[in-house]
Design a protein around this ligand. Structure first.
Ligand code: KG4
Ligand code: ZN
Length: 336
């Protein structure tokens, strides 16, 4: 069965066609990075308008790349929560309209669940049960996952999401928007041991996260080197910026990898799934592969394009909802 998935929870307009929950026939992403760059972050109202313009061409492109017409599509799926409410409304309304017009069932998808499912694409069997870490701009959560939508929360951030910390630290260091990929790049030239930022482990057996103190520690470290925040940032040499970026990244990665392995051990899981935009981080991927191998745990990292927001993970997950007869009514409401 071919499913058309639509994802508009934040600042990427995405549509994809996936067959039987795993074979990705197309995955189209129209990014709004250029539009939001001058504001240094996503402006919700502008994001909604950009989705409105991009949705119809992106859906058409996803069908064309898949060599499919609406008549070949068995189910239409869209993310309905969580995310920016105006953005969610656009993708969900497009999906409802197509479902109604072509008399197809509708599936509503939770964005976080779909990030976990990204690791299941292009695989013959679902890699479950496992411990799942979702690290994105809006979430940093650990789950024990026992089915496509059975996710028991083990721990979550008590303040900032990891991606938010990457983005804010990049801004403090004067690195270009979007911040996460800029830190990843700058850190390559830096010394991860240059600055010994305190690892926010919280209590000994806690599976919760906290990144706001680390972000503040970076700010104070930078502020300590000159006269005024902006002035000091420009006073940092390229090498100092790279060193701070690498030291911050190593600190965040230590905690993300360490707590995920701790969760796997405490639940007796021999498999870990990592998803969300920060899962595209090269140091995080390398450390997961290395440390999990040492612990005798398998780690599944989705290919980069399925880490950041995309609709293939939505259409893939929707297959399992459809097989279980879990359809949504056309009055399904978007939820922030
Ligand atoms: O999953 P995603 O595309 O959207 C949300 O659901 O939030 O994640 C976006 C987040 C942003 O904070 C972005 O800076 C971060 O993922 N990100 C990265 C990298 N690529 C994206 N963070 C660190 N290293 C990267 N390479
Ligand atoms: Zn996301």
């Amino acid at each position: 069965m071919k499913i058309l998935g639509i994802e508009t929870s934040c600042d990427e307009t995405c549509a994809a066609v996936v067959e039987d929950g795993r074979r990705v026939l197309s995955s189209v992403v129209a990014t709004q990075v250029e539009i939001h760059r001058k504001y240094g972050g996503v402006v919700p109202e502008i994001a909604s308008r950009a989705h409105l313009e991009a949705l119809v061409p992106v859906i058409a492109e996803s069908l064309e790349q898949a060599g499919a017409r609406m008549g070949d599509i068995g189910v239409v799926a869209a993310v309905y929560r969580p995310g920016l409410i105006g953005s969610l409304l656009l993708g969900l309304t497009a999906a409802k309209t197509l479902a109604w017009l072509h008399d197809r069932p509708l599936v509503g998808i939770n964005h976080v669940e779909s990030h976990i499912y990204a690791a299941c694409l292009e695989r013959d069997t679902l890699p479950l049960p496992c411990v799942s870490l979702i690290v994105s701009g809006g979430h940093t959560s650990l789950y024990y996952s026992d089915g496509p939508w059975q996710h028991e929360l083990l721990g979550a951030t008590t303040d900032d999401a990891a991606g938010e910390a990457f983005d804010k630290v990049a801004a403090i260091l004067g690195l270009p928007y979007p911040g996460g990929p800029s830190i990843d790049l700058a850190a390559e030239r830096g010394n991860p041991r240059a600055v010994a930022f305190t690892r926010p482990w919280l209590s000994a057996d806690s599976l919760d996260f906290s990144f706001s103190g680390l972000k503040t520690a970076v700010l104070y470290h930078v502020r300590g080197q000159g006269a005024g925040v902006k002035q000091r940032v420009t006073n940092l040499s390229d090498q100092e910026v790279a060193d701070v970026a690498a030291s911050f990244q190593e600190c965040a990665v230590d905690v993300l990898v360490g707590k995920t392995l701790r969760a796997a051990e405490s639940r007796g899981a021999d498999r870990i799934i990592v998803g969300g935009g920060v899962a595209a981080n090269r140091r995080l991927r390398a450390r997961f592969l290395h440390d999990a191998a040492n612990a005798g745990v398998e780690v599944i990292l989705p290919p980069m394009p399925y880490c950041t927001d995309n609709a293939a993970m939505v259409a893939g997950l929707a297959y399992h909802y459809a097989m279980a007869g879990k359809f949504a009514a056309l009055d399904l409401e978007a939820r922030a």
